[in-house]
Ligand binder design. Sequence first.
Ligand SMILES: [Zn+2]
Length: 355
Amino acid sequence: MRAAVLIDEGEAADAIVVRDEPMPEPGIGQVRVRIDHAALNHLDVWIRRGLPSVPKPRIMGADGTGVIDAIGEGASVQLAVRGLSNGDRVVLDPGSSCGACRACAAGDTSLCAQFQVLGEHVAGTHAEAVVVGVTAVHAAPAHLAAPEAAALMLTFATAWRMLFTRAQVRPSERVLVWGASSGVGTAALQLCRAAGIETIATTRGADKVDAIRELGADHVVVTGSGDDLGDRVVAAVEELTDGEGVDVAFDHLGKVAWEPSMLALRRGGRYVTCGASTGPMPRAFITRLFWKQLSMLGSTMASRTDVEDLLAFVQRHELVPRVDSTFALDDVAAAHRHLESGSQVGKVVLRVGAG
Ligand SMILES: [Zn+2]
């Protein structure tokens, strides 16, 4: 099968080669999925750059969709219980866990010490086939075309956990969404709109404002990229909330967003983050933390419960992930460069195999 394989980490996207790899066979409790569309995430770029460093060669990719085409020993009953069988179109939960520890028993699988991510710890989805545990496959929402289904899981499940499991956002609350044109940012806007939650979105350039509004942002703050980026956001939030501040700051940018978030949050507000793409070491600002009684929340990927809740919500509200662009698997390096350019709104998707 053809697969995008990381052979050597590096700044340049051509550290990834597309080559023939052996067709994987499902083991006990596993199924094989013939991938036809797979999405890129910033996680792929970080892994390519060696942050974190993974064993190589490594088939990359955390997100994908395709049809089940081989079932390992002991997996068919579990598939049938979940209403799935050979030939069904599925989406993949990018995370897997040991299934036996206290976190797993409680359904909070993303807290498992053995938590693994497709394309990072095990062979991923940027290939014509992937083998996963039977619990990782879920019926693809029927209202989604294949490229949209490929774009769904990592960002929407991550945003779901951040908003509803970690920050416990409620209708009538206001959420500040940093870097709203990203995959996780657009997912947050769509989830909030469907849930009746008001959003203030930030974006660097005015060119993305229309797309961000269309996805559900109630207000958009164009920040530019200078040192006073944070000040502009704090001032805009103050004006839009009559000086009260937002209930939740939703972040994946890290350093540039930390301090302005603490200023923009109301007393008792919550900051939740899944990333630090602008840097991991902001000033701690502990006085602000205790005086305003803020909660700083970390979030990584999603648990099995989050994924199930998300899929039910996506189907009920017929949410459609925004696909920015589609590249052939052979052009995976160009797809990485496009994602790194930051010019996209929504997800970058790969066409794989017959797809
Ligand atoms: Zn576990």
